[in-house]
Design a protein around this ligand. Structure first.
Ligand code: SAM
Ligand code: SF4
Length: 328
């Protein structure tokens, strides 16, 4: 059985972008009210006294947009300084990153994933639902700042959207040639907004690899690593190319993660809503951390049965919440 030791922690469900595939404009999202968010102290208690004792050692801070969480730098510092934390990373849209990159690094964050779906400011703004001053340059500045501060690995996440940014795959892949950046192409998932791209659907990673291989050649760098990405490299490139193929290739049987929402729900599987535990209410009603450890251990034991295996069973995943709400 896979060791489940990786927790994706949503710090906040709100976001300063409205990506079409995540929280498109016009969708009604019930944001978590402040009183229902896990406080810093509750989150740290859960990490120290529940998750670490049951075996979690790797944490990723995400959202919504994690950099919108007040006190995020201090929170990073507190989690990074726990002796049991073997790995702490963050996924961000990068908009607020440039002025924060150095303090996040100084607080102990070393690994960062920044979403960058396009190198064309107009297309980028269209994807993130921005109608005001272009936000592309701010994100690009955030990427450059993270690079200069020394984040390593620095990963760029690209959700490939047919008819929108698929023509840029080669340009985005080319970023890895000169810089030790890791570009990861993610198949669009119909989470919470399945009809968004209608018949255009999603593009299989294998198709992207064919295009890249034809242009430069492609070698396998590391396949089936710890995470869900299959990793390749353009020969001679400094960085790598990752492909996250959750639509074309089920990787549920190697799932090593759980997700904690900003309001304290522990979720064993992204695409299956069963088994969730409301840790915040439990904490607030005086359930001891010892009892919570037992509940999480029981959940860990049944996770393999909960893991969505749509391709095996032919069933649909449950997509009632968007990635921003779940904590992508
Ligand atoms: N706001 C941050 C960001 O965009 O990087 C962190 C949260 S976001 C939910 C985490 C990742 O999920 C991003 O890389 C985003 O592109 C991806 N994502 C969101 N909705 C998705 C979907 N429907 N299919 C595939 N990836 C998605
Ligand atoms: Fe915000 Fe990230 Fe979702 Fe885009 S993908 S709307 S940046 S949470």
């Amino acid at each position: 059985m896979n060791q489940v030791d990786y927790l994706r922690i949503s710090l906040i469900d709100r976001c300063n972008f409205r990506c079409q595939y995540c929280m498109p404009e016009g969708t009604e999202l019930d944001y978590i009210v402040k009183q229902q968010l896990l406080t810093d102290s509750e989150l740290l208690t859960l990490i120290e006294s529940v998750f670490i004792p049951v075996g979690f050692t790797r944490f990723r801070l995400t959202g919504g947009e994690p950099l919108l969480r007040p006190g995020v730098v201090e929170l990073v510092g507190a989690i990074a300084s726990l002796p049991e934390t073997q790995d702490l990373s963050m996924t961000t849209n990068g908009f607020l990153l440039a002025p924060m990159a150095q303090s996040l690094y100084d607080a102990g964050l070393r690994r960062i994933n920044i979403s960058l779906d396009s190198l064309e400011p107009d297309i980028f703004d269209q994807i993130i639902g921005n109608r005001g001053r272009s936000r592309w340059q701010d994100v690009w500045n955030g990427i450059q700042a993270a690079y200069h501060v020394g984040f390593d690995p620095l990963k760029l996440n690209v959700v490939v959207i047919p008819g929108v940014n698929d023509t840029e795959v080669l340009d985005l892949a080319a970023l890895t040639i000169e810089k030790q950046w890791h570009v990861r192409f993610i198949e669009f998932m119909p989470i919470g907004n399945g009809d968004l791209f209608g018949d255009r659907g999603w593009i299989a990673s294998e198709q992207l690899r064919l295009d890249i291989r034809e242009r430069w050649g492609l070698t396998e760098s590391q396949v089936r690593g710890n995470g869900p990405a299959d990793v390749f490299q353009i020969p001679g490139a400094k960085g790598t190319l990752g492909f996250i193929s959750q639509m074309s290739e089920c990787f549920c049987d190697r799932c090593n993660r759980m997700r904690l929402s900003a309001d304290g729900w522990l979720r064993p599987c992204l695409l299956n809503e069963s088994g969730q535990i409301d840790l915040k209410t439990a904490l607030r009603t005086g359930i001891t951390t010892r009892e919570l450890r037992e509940q999480v251990r029981e959940l860990l034991a049944i996770k393999p049965e909960i893991n969505f295996k749509g391709r095996d069973t032919g069933t649909e995943g449950i997509y009632t919440r968007t990635m921003s709400q779940i904590g992508g």
